[in-house]
Write a protein that binds this ligand. Sequence first.
Ligand SMILES: [Zn+2]
Length: 122
Amino acid sequence: MPFSPQELQDIEQLLRRRRAAVAAELRSETRGEDGLLGLPSHRGEGDRGADFEMEAVDLAQGLRDAAEIQRIDAALQRLRDGGYGTCEDCGEEISPQRLRAEPEALRCAACQMRFERSHPQA
Ligand SMILES: [Zn+2]
């Protein structure tokens, strides 16, 4: 565990702030109650292609935000149960520099690169 208790507290606060910001963004994008599955409900009204394109963009952004919230929740969970800072794939410690830049990171830089190569949409 490369972090002091004080640092871990700071990271938890950072994650919570980030989660709140992303959740607010998600609510405004999807216009749903709590966001996660609140997809646009006016699909099929009218026949203007531009609307559909707008919705597709909103939807893609909404899915990215929902995925980020899941990552933040997973990181908060790992802060609580002590697994924070350990790579999900290889079990090595994630570098503190990487975690300061991206506190919700679940993988070390090498595994993240491998993951992104095998999941181009993620
Ligand atoms: Zn790794």
